[in-house]
Ligand binder design. Sequence first.
Ligand code: GLC
Length: 735
Amino acid sequence: MKKEKLLDLLNEMTLEEKIYQLVQLSGEFFNSDDMAIGPKQELGITQEVVDNVGTIYNVFGAENLKKIQDEYMKKNRLNIPLVFMADIIYGYKTIFPVPLALGCSWNPELVEKSMKVVAEESAVSGIHVTFSPMVDLVRDPRWGRVIESTGEDTYLNSIFSSAMVKGFQNNMEPDKSIVSCVKHFAAYGAAEGGRDYNTVDMSERRLRQDYLPSYKAAVDSGCGMVMTSFNTVDGIPATGNKWLLRQVLREEWGFNGVVVSDYAAIKELIDHGVAENEEEAAQLAIEAGVDFDMKTGVYANNLKSLVEKGIIKEDIINEAVLRILELKNNLGLFENPYRGADEIKEKLILCSENNRKLARETAGKSMVLLKNDNKVLPLKKEQKVALIGPYADSKMLLGMWAFTGDSTSVVSLKEGLENKVGAKINYAKGVDILEDYSILGSMAKFIGAEQQEDFNSEAAMKQALETAANSDVIVLALGEHMLQSAEGGSRADLSLPKHQIELMDKLKETGKELVLVIFAGRPLILTDIQHKADAIIQAWFPGSEGGNALADIIYGDVNPSGKLAMSFPYSVGQIPVYYNHFSTGRPERPSDNGSRFRSRYLDIPNSPLYPFGYGLSYTEFEYSDVKLSKDKLTDNETIKASVIVTNVGEVKGEETVQLYLQDVKGSVVRPVKELKGFKKVVLEPKESKEVFFDINVEMLKFFTGSMEFKAEPGRFKVYIGKNSAEVHEAEFIYQ
Ligand code: GLC
C-alpha cells in the first residue's frame, strides 16, 4: 500500500482502534479458548482489545498463524492484519550455537548465512519479526544473558550485529526473511553485580564509546525494530527515556522503525519509581517514544483518558500507529496477510539436511580449544574411549532461548562420537548435572528439563569408574544446566558443582588421559580444574548438531579455530575482567616485584585465566614482528601494517589474526588496547602468509574530553597477534 494510503487508513481509525494497535499480546490469547478467564483479566483488558491488538508474539506454525490471521481479520473493522513476532534468537527448528558461541567463530559471513537459514525456517512458519539479535555488550559472566550476546568487544559485537540483521532481513524476500528487532536498548549487559534486571549506571562517554555502537550497527544495517531494555540509563529507565529513544535513536541515528518495550517494561516504570501509577507509566513511555506495549494493559487502559484529559495529544499516538502500519506495509501484509507462511515449504525446509549441515559447520567453528597438552587431541578411532558425565548423552544442548527447537532431534555427544567411529562408545553418566534441581524453579518442569532420575548414586559413580578403567582415554562432559544461564539465570558462583568435580577427581585417579568438554552459556571458572584435564573444549550450548560438531573436532576432521569473544575470569572476584581496560595510574608491572601499592590483588593475578581472543588449534602458528608501511599517519592516508604468519605445526589450520590499537595519550584515558580488525588465514603445514591491515584515522576516533567523536594527534601502538594477550607491537604517530 502507498504511504499516503496509510495516512488515509489512519484517519479512518477511531482513537480506540489506534490504541489497540499499540498493544502486543502473547500466544495464550489466541491459542486456546481460555480467553474468558485467562490472562486477559490479569491484564485488565477487554475482549475488544484482544480482537484488535496490533501484534501477537510467540505463536508458531504456518497453518496455525493463517487461521489466527483469518479469524482476526474477520473481526477487524478496517481489515488491518496482525503482525506475528517471536523470540527466534539463534534458530527456529534447526538450532545454531548460542550467540556467545557464534561470537567465538569470528566469522560474520558464516553467521549471516546461518541467520538466513533461521529467517527462512521462521518465514515459512508464518513469523514476520524476530526479537533478535541481542547485541548487549557483556563484561560480567555472572549475568545469565551473556549467552545471548557476542561478547565483550564493541567492534566484534557491531560486526555480528550487522551480520545478523542482514541475515534475518535477507533483502526482505517474503519467504526467506523476517524483520529484525535489535535488543535490549540500551546497555542491559552492564547490570550491577551481574544480577539480571539490576541497575545500570555509567557515564555518557562509556555508554556511547562502548555500549551503543552495536545497536547503531543494527540500525545502520536497516533493522526494522528496536526493543527497549529493562534497566535504567543515567537514572531513567530505558523504556521511559526520551533522551535515549528520541534524541539518540531517532534524531542522531535516524531510526524511523518501531520501538517495542520489553516484556511489561512499561508497567515496570512504577516499580522503578518513575511513575506513580499506570497512567503515568503510559504517559512516560509514549512521550519517550515507545510505540507499543508488550504484554500489559497499560497503553490499552490509559492512553485514551490521557488524550481526553489533554495530557497527551492524539498526534503522539498517531505517530506510533503510523510506524506500526508502516511495518505491516513493509512486510506486505496488507496485500498478503500470510506473507511467507507455507505448510508445504515448512515440511521441506525445517531441520532439513542442508540446514543441519550448516548448523554443524557453524558449531564446529564456534567451539574453542582451551587446552591440549601433549596433543592428546585429536583422538584416533582405534582408541578405546570412555565417555562419561551428565552431558555425555544429553540432548539439552540448545540453550534456553530455543524453545521452538526440537530437542529430540538434537545430536548428543555420545551419538556424535558413535556416528563418527561407527561403533558403540562405552558410556556412563556418573552424576547428574545438578544435585538439587529446586534452584531452577518451575521453569525446569515447563521445558522438560527437570531431573531425569537420581544419578548421584554410589552405583552410578562405580559404573563410571569401571567404564574409565576399561578405556584408553576419558572424554568427560560436564557443565552448567541450561536453566542456570540465560534470562533470570544470574549466578554468583561460576565453578562447576562439587559433585561434578568429585567425579573428575576420581576419574583423574585412574591415570588415564582426560579430555574435558564444557557445556555452558557463559565463561565458567575453570581455574581449579583446568590442570586436571589434558585437553579442554569449550562447547557452549552448540545446538541441534552439537554432538556431530564435537565429534568432528575430537577426531580431527575439523581443526578447532574458535577464539574467545569473552574473557574467562581467573576468579569470580576479578569480575568485571575484560581485555580493553584502562591503564590506571598504578598499573601492575612485572618490574614491581609484587609491590603492594599497585593496582593488583593480594591473592589472585589481574589477568583472566583465558583472555579475549584466545583459542588453540591442532597446529601452531608463529608470528613475525609487525611491519608498518610508515610511522606517521595523516587524515587522508592509511598505514599498512603486516605480519607474516607461519604454520609451524603438522596439520592445516585456520588462524584469526587480530589487530589492536592503543591511543597512548588522550584528552581522556584510553584502553590499553582495542580490537580494530581481524583476518582469517588458512595455512598448510610450513606455509607462511603475510597478513595486511589498513590503519586509518577512523580507527582512532573516540569521544574526547569535550565529547566530540574524533581522533587526537599523538602516539599510537599497533598490536597484532593470536589473542589479546599474545601480540607483537609497533608504533606510529598520528599528526
Ligand atoms: C523477555 C526478554 C526479551 C524477549 C521478550 C519477549 O523478558 O527480555 O529478550 O524478547 O521478553 O519474550
